[in-house]
Design a binder for this molecule. Sequence first.
Ligand code: SF4
Length: 171
Amino acid sequence: MALDELTSQILVCRKCQLYQCANRVVPGEGPINAKVMFVGQNPGAEEDKIGRPFIGRAGKFLTKTLAEFGIKREDVFITNIVKHTSPQNRKPYPDEVASCLPYLIEQIKIIKPEIIVLLGASAKESPRVVGIEYCEIVHPSAAMRFTKMRNKFKSQIAELANKIAMLNTQK
Ligand code: SF4
C-alpha cells in the first residue's frame, strides 16, 4: 500500500470512539524514505487543532533539541500510536490502541525506518519489528519540566545523532 493511500484511510477512520471528540485526525508526517521514525502515544490539544504531530510546546522543544544536535525535523517521520486525541488527553484505552495500531504497523512497513525512537509511554505499546533498532527516550514534555530528565533527553538525542551519522557513513 502507498503511504498516501494509508493516510487517506486514517483520515476517514471510525474504528474506535476517539474520532467523536476530536477535531482533526493526526496521521503523522515526514518523508517516505525517512531513516528515523519518532513515535509518541497520541496527539494532544494543539495537534488536534492543526492535524500535525508534535507541534505544541513539547513538539517545539523536541524540534529545537533535534536541531541542536544536527537532526532536521523534516528528515524524520513523526507519528503516534493512536491517531486521534482523547478526551482531556487521557491515556488511550487498550481497545483504542488495538484499533489504531495496524496503522502504525503499516506506516513502519511502508517507510522501513532503520531506527524507531519511542517517546515516553509509547515504548510500552509499540510493536517491535525485527531488523529495526529501537531507542526508548524520555518524552519531551517531561524533559521540558525536569532538569534531570532534560539532561537525560539531551544525551539520548546526542546518542541518536551519532547513530544517524553512522547510518549516513554506511550509505
Ligand atoms: S484513534 Fe485510530 S482507530 Fe480510533 S478512530 Fe482514530 S484513527 Fe481510527
